[in-house]
Design a protein around this ligand. Sequence first.
Ligand code: SAM
Ligand code: DTB
Ligand code: SF4
Length: 336
Amino acid sequence: MSELSTSEIDLSQLKRNQHEHHCSESVERWTIEQIEALYALPFNDLLFQAQTVHRNHFDANAVQVSTLLSIKTGGCSEDCGYCPQAARYHTGVENEPLMALDDVLQAAREAKANGASRFCMGAAWRSPKQKDLEPVLKMIAEVKSLGLETCATLGMLKQGQAEQLKQAGLDYYNHNLDTAPEMYGDIISTRTYQDRLETLDSVREADINVCCGGIIGMGESRSQRAGLIAQLANMSRPPESVPINLLTQVEGTPLYGTDELDLFEFVRTIAVARITMPTSYVRLSAGRQSMHEGIQALCFLAGANSIFYGEKLLTTGNPEADADRQLFAKLGIHPI
Ligand code: SAM
Ligand code: DTB
Ligand code: SF4
C-alpha cells in the first residue's frame, strides 16, 4: 500500500509538478507511489481530477483522429509477445512486401476524405534498412503534400535516419515503451528498453514529435502499469502523443489467453495518463472493438482525446468509421 494519502494528490500538487516540469529537465515529476495513489482513488474522484486537468489544457469535446495503414505487414524478426506480425508466431499474418506508393496515397486520400487529420504508416521491421527507408521517405513527403499530418512507426532508428525522416516532412514518430522496465524482458527479448529510449532520443533530437505509449492487459500488475506511466511522464519532455493500447489477443502469440483486464482499470489508466501528462494527447488506441460505447465514453471523460479511425489498425480490426461517427455525434464530440 502506498503511504501517501489520496488528499496529497490534489490539484495543487499537480500544479507544482507541472511547474517543475518547465523549470528542470531532471526532476522526477512523478513517483510510482504517487501514480499508484492516483490509481487507488475512488473512480469518480479520479475521473473528476482527470477531467479537470483535461479542461485546463484542451477543448473537452474535441478528439484528434488518426488513420493507420500497415505499409509493410508481417514477417518481422522480433519476438514481441503480443504481436501477430512476428514471423516466429503462427498467426496467419503473411509476410508482405512494402506497399506501392500509389496504393499508400490512395489510402491516405480516403483517410482524409473520411475526416482523419493524421496518417500513420506502420512497418513490421526491427529497424529500417537504408534501402527500405528511401521509398518510405517518398511516401511521407507525398502524404504530407495531401495536407495530412504524417506519422510513421518503423522500429528502431539508426543514426541519421530520424533526420532523414524529418527532412521528408515527418511530423510524428511512434515508438512505444510498451510496458514497465521490469516487465519488459518477459514480453520482448530481441531488443532492450534502452534501445527504445535511444530511438526516442534520436526522434527528439531531430525535432520530430514523439508518439510513445504502451500496452496494458498483458498480465502486468497495477504497480507495473504505474511504472509505465512514470517512464512516460518523467521523460525530460513527455511525448506529445501517448497511445494507450489494450492488448488485442491474437491466437498464436505467446500472450494469447492472458486474463482479460477489467475495463475500469483501462479507464483508470487513461485518467492517470491524463493527470500526469496534462499537455499530451492521450490516444485510446488498440482494443476499442472490445469496448462498449459506454467504456469509450468514460475514456473520453477521463481525458482521452485521440483515436485511431478506420476499420483496421495494422492487422486487426477497429470499429467501423460509421460507428465512430455515430458515437461522436451521440457524445457531441467533434473530430480534429
Ligand atoms: N515494428 C515497429 C515497432 O515495433 O516499433 C512498428 C509497428 S508495432 C506493431 C507498433 C506498436 O503496436 C507496438 O509497439 C505495440 O505497442 C502495438 N501493438 C502491436 N501488437 C499489438 C496488440 N496485439 N495489441 C495491442 N497493441 C499492439
Ligand atoms: C500504437 O500504439 N498502436 C498502433 C500504432 N501505435 C502503430 C498499433 C496497434 C496494433 C494492434 C495490432 C494489429 O492491428 O496488428
Ligand atoms: Fe515486429 Fe513491431 Fe511486431 Fe515487435 S511490435 S514483432 S518489432 S512488428
